[in-house]
Design a binder for this molecule. Structure first.
Ligand code: ATP
Length: 270
């Protein structure tokens, strides 16, 4: 089960330059994760504890996973990912043990970044989640807390978690030494959207006449993930038309398609 529940990536390829519109969040993550990994003695010399875990929160598809991977890449750390939802849905009865295995695996692969996606699945307040009343989910969370509390000799393992449901979280996981660095990753603003479109069209054959600034204005409310699929869809329209250059018309058609898809999707996020 351990092999399926966790993915290990020794050298994730994402770089900070691939992430658009969240420069301030990149800076905060670097400060909280990179410095303790690359220069732990500095904290000893100053006489303070390095920050505990980092919690990235915000809407889906805004770059939280990318951020965690980019830090691992930058620090030459192994990236180890576990999805909270899988722990409670697929590995029933094994959650606590898998959390223990996760930290053991991380120590074996030092330096390592442990990324726990959808942490709300194992760390929701009792009142707001259907599953958290479950003794099994509680045990999984207790195991996570005890791993983090016992992490004094933290060494070269840093923990990053992500959630789209910050409101649902049990506040116990936010105490000092646990996830005490909260970083909100919002939906991109108009400049962020332009940057993200630039990033995703970088390798594409796009006509000079395509106006990214205008596209950014037309895509209010789009996440980074939706902007990425906008670019791919635009490319698909060019291919359907047997062209190799992607035009403004392709982007407009893609816009109509991705907007409709996004509307049909929203029910999953509420
Ligand atoms: P979720 O909460 O759904 O797990 P997330 O915030 O972790 O989402 P990512 O997995 O990091 O989102 O992003 C998914 C994809 O969307 C990325 O692989 C990338 O193609 C694109 N993307 C998202 N945000 C950005 C961004 N800020 N800059 C560039 N691309 C982005």
């Amino acid at each position: 089960a351990r092999a399926q529940a966790m993915t290990v990536d020794r050298s994730p390829e994402v770089e900070y330059a691939d992430i658009g519109g969240i420069d301030e969040q990149i800076r905060e993550v670097r400060e909280a994760v990179e410095d303790p990994l690359t220069n732990p003695t500095q904290f000893e010399e100053v006489g303070i504890e390095p920050p505990g875990g980092v919690l990235l929160h915000g809407p889906p598809g805004t770059g939280k996973t990318m951020l965690a991977k980019a830090v691992a890449n930058e620090t030459d750390a192994t990236f180890i990912k576990m999805a909270g939802s899988e722990l409670v849905q697929k590995f029933i009865g094994e959650g606590a043990r898998l959390v223990r295995d996760l930290f053991e695996l991380a120590r074996e692969h030092e330096p390592a970044i442990v990324f726990i996606d959808e942490i709300d699945a194992i760390a929701a307040t009792r009142t707001e989640s259907k599953t958290s009343g479950d003794a099994e989910v509680q045990r999984t969370m207790m195991q996570l807390l005890s791993e983090m509390d016992g992490f004094d000799e933290r060494g070269e393992v840093r923990i990053i978690a992500a959630t789209n449901r910050f409101d649902m979280l049990d506040r116990a996981i936010l105490r000092p030494g646990r996830f005490d660095r909260l970083i909100e990753v919002p939906e991109p603003d108009v400049e962020g959207r332009e940057r993200i479109i630039e990033i995703h069209t970088d390798g594409m054959n796009v006509a000079d006449t395509v106006d990214f600034e205008e596209l950014a204005e037309e895509t209010a409310g789009f996440s980074g993930a939706e902007l990425a699929s906008l670019c791919t869809e635009a490319g698909m329209f060019a291919i359907r038309d047997d062209r190799t250059e992607v035009t403004t018309a392709d982007f407009e058609e893609a816009l109509a398609k991705v907007s409709t898809d996004a509307e049909n999707d929203t029910r999953y996020y509420v």
